[in-house]
Design a protein around this ligand. Sequence first.
Ligand SMILES: [Zn+2]
Length: 743
Amino acid sequence: MNRYGPTRSSLNRLFLVGILIICSLCVIPVISRFATFGSKQIAFTGPLLPPQKPNPFITDKKKSLEALDQELFNDILPSVALYTNRGVNLQITSLTCKMCRSIASKIGEIMMLNVTQTIAIEEGILICTAFRIQPYRVCAEILPKFGPWIMTVLANSVFSADNLCGKAHLCPMPDHPEKPELIDLPPPIPSEPLESIINEPSQDDEKMWVVHLSDWHFDPEYSEGYEVNCGEPICCRPPNAFGDKAKTPAGKWGEYNCDIPRRVIESMLEFMPNVVPKIDYILSTGDLPPHDVWAETQSSIKEITNKTANIWRKFLTSAPYFPVIGNHESAPVNSFPTSSLVNVSSVSWLYDTLSSQWNIWLTHNERHSIEKRGFYSARLPDDNMRIIGLNTNFWYKFNWWMLMRPKSEWDPENMLNWLIKELDDAEKLGEKVWILGHMIAVNGDGFPSFNSYFSQIIARYKDTIVGQFFGHNHWDEFQVIYDYHNGDEPQPVGVGYMAPSVTSFRNVNPAFRVYEIQKKTKKIINHYTYYLDIEEANRNDKPEWKLLYDVKTLYKLRDLEPQSWHDLSEKFLTDDDAYQTFKKIASRNQILNKYGSCNAFESSQQCKNRIVCKLRSTFSGYGPFSSHELCKKHIWIPHLPEDWFLTATLGKKINVFVDMNKFEGEEYGDGDGNMNDEDYGDSLDSLFESQDDNDKSGNGGNGDNENNDEDKPNDDITIEGLPKILVRMALGLVLGGDDAICR
Ligand SMILES: [Zn+2]
């Protein structure tokens, strides 16, 4: 390990110098703009500066810039001088840890200042516009919405004293309880043999019909005649070109680059009773607002969810209706802090809003549960079942609040433990359960640990959970869930139905799903997907909803048990016609057929393998097939470890992307060529592994390392790692324009 070069003390000094540089880069522009130097008051007059708003995520008292400035001189500079004066012989003592903590906490405090955030937002707008990431209007609106959130999370996670100084080995890592690998599950109770699915056609009164609607994204601003290719994230709405000025004017019945107008939703809901005369339950798996995430505010969200609920009230009152919350329901999008962060941020405004807007469909208890944490369980004694509506935003990896929650909170809002309790109660009472959620935990959307936890729960209660309904991806997909903690061969134990979206955004035809359910077992025996070809509807000026397929006939399935879905995924590998059919219906025959598009680096077979791996819950690098020959070679995007934000910022991740060769092999991989959590491990920590430590660890290993070192400069990892961290951190500030540099 001594090829990592310089000893701990010199690396530590380098680290501290780096921190000081960054600190200075943060402080100097702030001071240079707002502080008084002599008699000269420097006023800020940036042309793109949005009106300065207080950070909404700070509720407690803040220090003034002057106070911070004073602390910097009082606390840090004397320590640095002392350190420098004593030179290389300085031992690693608690003083160094204290100094690091002091610097780190100053960085955090500076990041939380309104002035710092205002500058960062302004520089962000410059970069966003200059590099044409988005048009100016979008850049100027989106950055003030996300900037304070991101900086608050960074200041309290990546740049927290615990993290920075612990990772630098200057302070001991805080003693957080480890999150469990296996979760506590009550032992299975002996039960009667499983009732097998009856394949013979059941009588009508032995069936139930359930409608599944997902990802509505209703856009009240959709306007016929406005530009379809407007250059913003979604189009077909003012203020973009209209009439003669529009090169591609939006059609009356929707466009593939836009969210959905009211008339399409209404035509769908009017059509529905024609094909489902008797609906038993209606399920909605979230995402109600349009994709204009740059413009959304709490009040615009309340307005759109209210408008959507009014449409529901008009059409969806003939059967019990169960909606859940998607990631788009919040403003900013994806922002779902847990109640442990209540001093920083809260999403109770949304829970209260939805609870009151959904009052005609949910009971008092269910609404109360939504108001508390955004999830609920509905007992349906007449059918001897319960429907559990989860708030899956707590496992969504773009809900950045999750990076900031206390480490002990491995189960945010206790939702998984609550789910286990609900399932256990249901099992004891002989009830069946359907699970609803916006996004499933077992693909790349969830943090990896939730992939494992959710699979464990599904495996334990596989006889009780007979339906799982999700959305989010807008494609028409399914996801097989396996029991991979029990025995050698992973067994398929569940299937998540990812319903097609109501919206046509992006490159899909609007659709809805109807499930045929066996009343006795509450199991799904077939499903039917209906769609509207919007291109045809625009051409004929007439919406014609049609049956796209019924799944049992289409794939000649024996039944809709998890094993059959696993077998179907197996069939895709050898039967290309079946796979092409699946690909085509994923977008509901949309002409571009974008689902499962291959990238430039893979053959069509590799591309197919990648999609099949995804259907088998292995996309995040976890799951029973992640080390399987089929999957391991072709998942070229490594999954993001739980603290991906931290690792990306601290350099480990970027090194892997920049120079895979350096990190492949036995020291950084487990030999399967597939980077996983452990592989990313602690490469930064390795930077600080000292010669002294290696000396203590024994001679054998050292001997080998010394031989290796003959061929290599002994600081190669240092050059790869540490300066890059500093350069990247500094670059963000320097690239922001000359305003960010001292002058
Ligand atoms: Zn969506």
